[in-house]
Design a protein around this ligand. Structure first.
Ligand SMILES: [Mn+2]
Length: 312
C-alpha cells in the first residue's frame, strides 16, 4: 500500500499507542463470483481518504485527532478459511488493546472473521448487517467462508438484524428471521424501519456494511450491484441514530470494487467511514489522555468476555 498513515494524517495522530481507533485493511478477493477487484478496495479507499477534508461539518469535529492507527494489511493470498482465521486473530488482537477496531475489505467473507472476534469479546452482540444480499448460505461452492455465507455464523450466534436486503436464494428463507429483516422494497415506501430496527438491537452493536447496499446510482463500483438500494442521507440518518442510541463496538466496510474511471464510489466509501467515526466520537474530547489497556476500560456496555490470561 502506498499510504503510510490513514488519510495522510500527521504521525502524531497515527501511532498505535495513542490512537483510539485502528483500521485494518483486508485486500482479499478469493471467493467473489462475478466481478473481481474487491482486493483493490482498501487501496482505493485509502487514496480517496487522502483527498478528503478531515473536518466534519455536521458534528463540528475532527475525529482523526482521536488517533487512527493504520494496521498492517492482512494480505494472505490463501483459502478463505485461512484468511478468515487471520482476520479473526488480528481483529481480536486490537480489540484486546482497547481500540475501536474498524476493517476495510475486501470481499464480504472477511466479515466472518471480524464478527467472530467481536462476538467473542462483547456479550449479547447485535450484528447490524447492511447489504443488498442476505448472505445466509451455510456453505457455497464448497466453503463455509464464501462471501455468500458472510453472516450465516452471525445468524446462529448473534442477534442479527439485516437491512437493505433485495436479493437472496429461496433456501435462505429457512435461516432468515424475517422479523429482523428489513427488505429494500418495504423500506422504500415506509421509513418506520429505522426505529423498528433500532428497537430490536441489544446494547452492543457491530456493523457490517456491504457497500452494495447503496443504490448503484450513487455507488456503482461494487462486485454485484443491485437496483433499488439505499441513498446517502437516509443511510447516514439511520447510522447517526444507531451510534446515538447504542454502543457501537466496531464496524467493517466491504465490497468496494474500484473502477479507475469512476472515483465517486471510492470517495463515498471514504466519507462513509469517516462519518461513522465522527458519529462515534463526536462527544469525546479528542486529545484527552487515553488509556490503552483493555482491563482499565469502562466503556459503556463493554461486558468483558475475555479470559484475562489469554495472551494477545
Ligand atoms: Mn452484498
Amino acid at each position: 500500500m502506498k499510504t503510510k498513515t490513514y488519510a495522510g494524517i500527521p504521525d502524531e495522530y497515527a501511532k498505535l499507542d495513542t490512537s483510539k481507533i485502528v483500521l485494518i485493511p483486508v485486500p482479499y478477493d478469493g471467493t467473489s463470483t462475478w466481478q473481481k477487484g474487491a482486493n483493490k478496495g482498501p487501496e482505493a479507499f485509502l487514496e480517496a481518504s487522502e483527498n478528503m477534508e478531515l473536518y466534519d461539518i455536521e458534528t463540528d469535529s475532527e475525529v482523526y485527532k482521536n488517533g487512527i492507527y493504520l494496521a498492517a494489511p492482512v494480505t494472505l493470498n490463501a483459502t478463505p478459511e485461512v484468511m478468515v482465521d487471520a482476520v479473526h486473530q488480528e481483529t481480536k488482537k486490537y480489540i484486546k488493546k482497547n481500540k475501536f477496531v474498524t476493517i476495510i475489505g475486501g470481499e464480504h467473507s472477511v466479515s466472518i472473521g471480524t464478527i467472530r472476534a467481536f462476538n467473542e469479546v462483547f456479550q449479547n452482540l447485535t450484528v447490524l448487517h447492511i447489504d443488498a444480499h442476505a448472505d445466509l448460505r451455510k456453505s457455497y461452492e464448497g466453503s463455509t467462508c464464501n462471501h455468500a455465507c458472510a453472516v450465516y455464523e452471525a445468524s446462529q450466534s448473534t442477534n442479527l438484524i439485516q437491512v437493505g436486503i433485495r436479493s437472496m436464494d429461496i433456501q435462505e428463507k429457512s435461516v432468515m428471521d424475517v422479523d429482523k429483516t428489513y427488505f429494500a422494497h418495504e423500506m422504500a415506501t415506509d421509513d418506520s424501519w429505522m426505529d423498528s430496527a433500532i428497537d430490536q438491537m441489544t446494547e452492543n452493536v457491530f456493523i457490517t456494511f456491504d457497500l452494495d447496499a447503496f443504490d448503484p446510482s450513487i455507488l456503482p463500483s461494487t462486485g454485484t450491484p443491485e437496483p433499488g438500494g439505499l441513498f446517502w442521507y437516509e443511510t447516514i440518518d439511520f447510522l447517526k441514530e444507531v451510534f446515538k442510541e447504542k454502543n457501537v463496538v466496531g464496524f467493517d466496510i466491504v465490497e468496494l470494487c474500484p473502477n479507475e474511471n469512476e472515483k465517486s464510489s471510492d470517495f463515498l466509501a471514504a466519507k462513509l467511514y469517516y462519518k461513522m467515526l465522527s458519529y462515534k466520537f463526536q462527544n469525546e474530547d479528542a486529545e484527552e489522555n487515553y488509556n490503552d489497556t483493555y482491563e482499565e476500560s469502562n466503556r459503556l456496555g463493554n461486558y468483558k468476555k475475555f479470559d484475562e490470561d489469554e495472551d494477545y
